[in-house]
Design a binder for this molecule. Structure first.
Ligand code: UDP
Length: 200
C-alpha cells in the first residue's frame, strides 16, 4: 500500500491487520522504527510545523487516527481502508507481543500508572514480557539514563504516552540518539493517555 498524502501529511492506507503485518516486518528487518497514529490534532499541527512534518515523513508507519481523514481519502486513488487508533493499535500490538514474546516497555502517564497498566496487562496476557516502566514526568536531564535503560532492556515495543505531538517528538529524538549505538530491532509508538485507560 503506497503512502498517500492528506493535507500534505503522509498517511499509510492500512487496515489494523496490515499495520500488525508491517510491525512484524519492521522487527524482522531490524533497526529502530517509529509508528504514528495521526489524529486530527497531529495533522493540524504538522501543517504549521516543518519539524513535525519531517517526523511523520520519516516514520515507518503513519496510520489515520480520525474518521475525517478516512472520509477525506475516499476521493483519492488509494483510500484509507479504516481508522486505526492509538489505543486499538496498542491492544493489537500487545496481543501480538504476548504471542511472539516481544518484550514491551511502558513510558508515560503519572507516576504509578505505567506499573498498574503493566500489571493488568500481565493478568490479561500471562505470556506478555514487561521490559520496564517509567512515568512521563521526568526532567530532560534524565532522558539519557532512560534511553540507556530502554536500550539495554531487550525492549522490542516501546509504548510512549506523553500526549501528542510531544511523544512523537520524544520518540524521534530517542531514535536519533539510540540508533547510533544499537542495532537491535525496536518499534516505538505514541499512545497518548491509553495507559490511564488500561490502568483504570
Ligand atoms: N503526560 C505525561 N507527561 C507529561 C504530560 C502528559 O506523561 O509531561 C501524560 C498524561 O499523564 C496522559 C498523557 O500524557 O496520560 C496525555 O494524554 P492526553 O489524553 O492528553 O493525550 P492524547 O491522548 O490526546 O495524545
Amino acid at each position: 500500500q503506497a503512502r498517500i498524502k492528506i493535507l500534505g501529511t503522509p498517511i499509510d492506507p492500512v487496515t489494523m491487520a496490515q499495520a500488525i503485518e508491517k510491525a512484524k516486518e519492521m522487527l524482522h528487518q531490524g533497526g529502530y522504527h517509529q509508528i504514528v497514529t495521526a489524529n486530527p490534532e497531529i495533522l493540524y499541527q504538522a501543517q504549521k510545523d516543518q519539524e513535525l512534518q519531517k517526523i511523520l515523513e520519516e516514520a515507518s508507519l503513519v496510520t489515520a487516527d480520525g474518521i475525517g481523514v478516512v472520509w477525506a481519502s475516499r476521493k483519492l486513488a488509494t483510500p484509507v481502508p479504516e481508522r486505526v487508533t492509538g489505543i486499538d493499535l496498542m491492544a493489537s500490538l500487545l496481543e501480538e507481543s504476548a504471542q511472539q514474546g516481544w518484550p514491551c516497555f511502558f513510558l508515560g502517564s503519572a507516576p504509578g500508572i505505567a506499573e498498574k497498566a503493566a500489571e493488568k496487562l500481565k493478568q490479561k496476557h500471562p505470556t506478555l514480557q514487561i521490559a520496564g516502566t517509567q512515568d512521563g514526568y521526568f526532567p530532560p536531564e534524565r532522558t539519557e539514563e532512560i534511553t540507556q535503560r530502554i536500550k539495554t532492556s531487550q525492549t522490542k515495543i516501546l509504548f510512549v504516552g506523553l500526549g501528542a505531538p510531544r511523544q512523537e517528538r520524544w520518540i524521534h529524538q530517542f531514535i536519533e540518539k539510540a540508533k547510533r549505538t544499537s542495532h537491535q530491532p525496536l518499534i516505538a509508538i505514541g499512545i497518548g493517555g491509553s495507559m490511564d485507560v488500561l490502568a483504570g
